[in-house]
Design a protein around this ligand. Structure first.
Ligand code: SF4
Length: 377
């Protein structure tokens, strides 16, 4: 089982919190698209003949592409790889791109999952974030996707936004439930360097909620979604049974994937590879044959640390025997932590040899994992 990821590095405008790789200039569009086709061809053996179960268009804003450009990329995957019947094909799209009739075109070309970047159902939040859509467009986009028969829908929401009260956050959650979407990805706002939000924060112009309000918004989210039958399965991801993202779940369980496009990452079980995060250089290097990526072999330490980092973020948790075996491969005779201590602090539970974090633990999942990392000396 393997996946193919496309990073489409263009956006209509820069959201004030975002540090992903994208450009608002479309000058390189043709060159980048052509280079992505070349990269697919050049790396057709990367997945070692493993069947492709998932194709994911992320970005950037993949829904800015014409349907013909998306179709060409999907066809190229079928041409170069062994694709299973009915693969999960996800397209990230912004609400303003989901115009009348477009979801039907997506469905016709095999796209069977849409990830809609709503972020908030409040116009004041959307304006502050510099999103290109309105709250009304957000609601309309979900309806359009549903009318086109794409019921495998996920929406993104952000909590701990400036001036987002608990009541306003609950209204955002309830609006999502009213729309009957079976999957949500909900992220805590983080202030990334070199973003407009970071500048405003250091100038004292961004009123961020205190940490305890951010934590309460997260716990309220879990409660409200769980009581509607939408369960938490990864720190930021919630789904009705059967609607969990196959693509992301595969990442978290160590499945191999090929990433195509500027800044895209790939993993083949032994090494990680990441493409240059620059549209001009990506297109030029693919044309002139200069390597367009960097590569790193995973050490035994990396494999143990990654197992902890990805596993502890999921509700399935980690298998303690697997963690011990990875530890031994890294020349450590025992785990560098006592699982029982986490249980005593109410941050984890152990069932049938698996350790998973409780809600209290999930609030600081990354910190817990990094406390237990083994550092190569
Ligand atoms: S649309 Fe998405 S990728 Fe583009 S700037 Fe906004 S958040 Fe970032």
């Amino acid at each position: 089982m393997a996946g193919v990821y496309f990073h489409i590095p263009f956006c209509r405008q820069a959201c004030h919190y975002c540090d992903f790789h994208f450009s608002t200039s479309l000058k390189t569009r043709e060159r980048v698209m052509s280079a992505m086709h070349s990269e697919l061809q050049l790396r057709k053996d990367y997945l070692n003949q493993q069947p492709v179960h998932t194709i994911y268009f992320g970005g950037g804003t993949p829904s800015m592409l014409d349907t013909s450009e998306l179709k060409d990329l999907i066809n190229a995957v079928y041409a170069h790889f062994d694709v299973v019947e009915q693969p999960e094909i996800t397209l990230e799209c912004n609400p303003d791109d989901l115009r009348e009739g477009i979801a039907e075109e997506y469905a016709a070309m095999g796209i069977n999952r849409l990830s809609i970047g709503i972020q908030s159902f409040r116009d004041e939040d959307l304006k502050r974030m510099n999103r290109a859509h309105s709250a009304a467009e957000a609601v309309a986009s979900v309806h359009r996707a549903q009318q086109a028969g794409i019921d495998n829908l996920t929406i993104d929401l952000i909590y701990a936004l400036p001036e987002l009260s608990m009541d306003a956050w609950i209204r955002n959650i309830d609006q999502a439930l009213e729309l009957n979407v079976p999957h949500l990805s909900c992220y805590c706002l983080t202030i990334e360097e070199h973003t407009a939000f970071a500048k405003w924060k250091s100038a004292g112009k961004l009123r961020l909620p205190p940490d305890d309000l951010a934590a309460s918004q997260y716990l309220t989210l879990i409660d409200r979604l769980e009581s509607a039958g939408i369960h938490l399965y990864e720190v930021s991801n919630f789904a009705r049974k059967g609607y969990e993202s196959k693509h992301n779940s595969a990442y978290w369980s160590g499945t191999h994937y090929l990433g195509i496009g500027p800044s895209a990452h790939s993993f083949d079980g032994q090494s990680r590879q990441w493409n240059v995060a620059n549209n001009v250089r990506y297109a030029a290097q693919l044309t002139d044959g200069t390597p367009w990526f960097e590569r790193e072999e995973l050490s035994a330490f990396d494999r143990y640390n990654e197992y902890l980092l990805t596993g502890l973020r999921t509700t399935a948790g980690i298998d303690l025997e697997t963690a011990r075996a990875l530890c031994r491969e890294a020349s450590h005779t025992a785990l560098p932590f006592d699982p029982k201590e986490l249980v005593e602090h109410g941050e984890a539970e152990i069932h049938e040899g698996r350790l998973n974090l409780t809600r209290k633990g999930l609030l600081r999942a990354d910190a817990i994992a990094s406390e237990f990392f083994i550092i190569e000396s």
